[in-house]
Write a protein of this length. Sequence first.
Length: 212
Amino acid sequence: MLKLVVLLACVGGVTSPAARDWLRWRRDRRRAGMAVAARSAGIGDFCAAVSRGLGAGDTMLQALRAAADGPMRAPVEQIAAEHERGVTLSRAVQRWAAREQTSEAALLSTAVTLASDRVGAQPQLFDHVAATVRARADMAAEARVHAAQARASVWVVAALPWAVALALLAEGGAAARVLTSTPLGWFCASGALLLELAGVSWMRATVARALR
């Protein structure tokens, strides 16, 4: 009976409106993050296409619209709509970059601002941005590879002491009896588990900070 009550309580907690709202918020946030990441990854190619458009004689807005494809289509249409309502092109791009909050969007915003307000629509400016963004993408990909290796190492290091402990338990003997049958053994096992969890959390946080 108690198990049934606990099960019903868990099911009720998961299916409650608050839980559904939280799950929906998590899902929407994950999707938004994936969309921002997709746009950031494509800004290098986008800037290269803008450069080609400017080299062919397009205006800044024409080049942006012609280059807009895939994830960048919706942002460029929004920027163009703001520009048609009287907002300067550079200001519209700056607003978009402020919402994106990525270094790639900031670089694109700086390039458009310089091209619109300062040095003119020079294709070389966007070529430089494209090269910078692509170089950063390559570095980020390499960092992700090293991070995956580091995460695997974390779990190997975390699992090794427990593998040794299981081997000792399988053999039996005094060590196994102390570990399983005495308060001292229980204390040691609990302390080891807490230290393992703390160590894994610290190492995962270190890897995550290295990727920022």
